[in-house]
Ligand binder design. Sequence first.
Ligand code: ARG
Length: 227
Amino acid sequence: PAELKTVEAGKLHMSTNAAFPPYEMTTDNGGFEGIDVEVAEAIAKKLGLELVVDDMDFDAAQVAVQQGKSDICMAGLTVNEERKAVMDFSDTYATGIQVIIVKEGSDVTLDTLGDQLIGTQRGTTGETYCTDDYGADHVVPYDNGITAVQALMNDQVDCVVIDSAPASEFVAANPGLVILDTEYTNEDYAIGFAKGNTALLEAVNGALAELTADGTVQSILDKYIVA
Ligand code: ARG
């Protein structure tokens, strides 16, 4: 195939927010791992590029790709109309559900969210849904999911609305938290590109289709997502 133009020749820069296990998180020795990191590595390999992970806030990770400072934004990134107006998306490679984390014994339910102080990750769909449905007064955005969950542990918020897979990880790591059975909403995750970066988008979609067909994507999901 013709040489792909990327931010840095021979490299594929992925902007992300590596505080979102099991999709992206830091390792003890300062590296990165997770579903998105492994899928991106497999895509980069197929394209003959070397993956570089650029870790930043979730908002910044989206802006970076829109401004052509990264090649792809891969961050458990939900596809929605608002984002489609400012970036292009690959085919979907995973799905998520916005769930509600509460402290054990709490009487918070989906129906009473409008009476609560809700912790969210800044710039996420969870923040948007809760702000639209209950008003900004009820929503406290945190820099990332980990700090939102810490705020819940410290009783600074009544619940946290966040994607299901990181919710399971945070609850497993913090005794005394539970996920409510009531699911808030379903979403599709895809890779974000600068608007009009069609050559790269098509190359990535081609690689993703091969990695889906040969079972690589599913085996990466199975490795990280505990049923
Ligand atoms: N899926 C949600 C969204 O797109 C949250 C993603 C947060 N990802 C992250 N790496 N912090 O808004």
